[in-house]
Design a protein around this ligand. Structure first.
Ligand code: AMP
Ligand code: ZN
Ligand code: FE
Ligand code: FE
Length: 281
């Protein structure tokens, strides 16, 4: 079983990279990809754990992108983590996420919601990519809500008045940077609905022309119709198709292996990649 999308405490997952790999082994996966938001911080620990557990690890990143106000998540498999353009884009996104989170927390606090910049920062591992789930964690720890879900429903959702965006590269630029770094770009959950709508076929076609490799068609956020539509679109555009869990530990309901990728798709990803290597036991 192959699951190509999972998060650790290097971003907004709740398990360390080593624990994520242990969970993947316990869930019966043969292959797992670590794809934290805008960082490669977890790769080394996850690679060591994969060797220890006899699991295959695909190092990846979920790159935050935006076209205007529309958010797009781009999975980048096996890029060179030292490529200067990639490093620069990721650093800029992480820095902007920091300021943006402070702004969200300050406006929430001003409305009497019991959260502080310090209490939120305490939820983020050293060097990790901060995100809205860390505000949720501070609220859970304060006993204000029982789970991240509840904090998102009340205050943190895409249409919340407290929502603040952050810097993110244009999706076409991101595809080019990932390819320049030898990585293989696959659009994460393209039909996942946000307040600005879904990614949309026109933008996917534009990204395909720029070097996109695939679409994550099978994902918990997609209805059967979405899966059929994306699979057909991928066929027309010559793109590969993946299925993944988008696991976040206890932070989300998604379970490892709930959607999986065919071995042929992984072979193609590995064949196209020149930036890093798959870690095999
Ligand atoms: P951000 O990257 O800071 O904009 O936050 C978005 C992240 O929050 C996404 O990666 C989601 O995994 C996570 N997220 C979105 N909705 C929820 C929810 N209802 N419960 C838990 N996590 C969520
Ligand atoms: Zn996330
Ligand atoms: Fe995502
Ligand atoms: Fe994700």
């Amino acid at each position: 079983m192959i699951d190509l999308h999972a998060h650790s405490t290097a971003s907004d997952g709740t398990e360390s990279p080593a624990d994520l790999v242990a969970s993947a082994a316990a869930a019966g996966l043969d292959v797992v990809a670590i794809t934290d938001h805008d960082t490669t911080l977890g790769w080394a620990e996850a690679s060591a754990a994969a060797r220890a557990h006899g699991l295959t690890l695909v190092p990846g990143i979920e790159v935050s992108c935006a076209r205007g106000r529309r958010s797009v998540h781009l999975l980048a498999y096996l890029p060179d983590p030292t490529h200067p353009d990639l490093v620069a884009e990721l650093e800029q996104a992480r820095e902007s996420r920091e300021t943006r989170l402070d702004r969200m927390v300050e406006s929430m606090a001003a409305d009497g919601i019991p959260v502080t910049v310090g209490s939120v920062r305490a939820e983020v591992e050293e060097g990790a990519t901060p995100g809205r789930p860390h505000i949720a964690d501070a609220l859970v720890r304060a006993g204000v809500v029982g789970h991240r879900d509840e904090a998102f429903a009340r205050w943190l959702g895409d249409s919340s008045p407290y929502y603040v965006g952050h810097y993110a590269p244009d999706p076409v630029r991101a595809v080019e940077v990932v390819r320049a770094a030898g990585g293989v770009p696959v659009v994460a959950h393209p039909s996942s609905a946000t307040r600005t709508g879904t990614v949309g076929d026109a933008l996917l076609e534009e990204m395909a022309a720029a070097g996109l490799a695939g679409l994550e068609a099978r994902h918990r956020d997609h209805a059967e119709d979405d899966v059929r539509h994306l699979t057909a679109l991928a066929g027309r555009l010559g793109l590969l198709v993946t299925g993944s869990s988008d696991y976040h530990g206890e932070g989300k309901r998604n379970r490892l292996g709930e959607n999986t990728t065919e071995p042929e798709a992984l072979e193609r990803i590995e064949h196209e990649a020149t930036g890093s290597e798959v870690v095999r036991p």
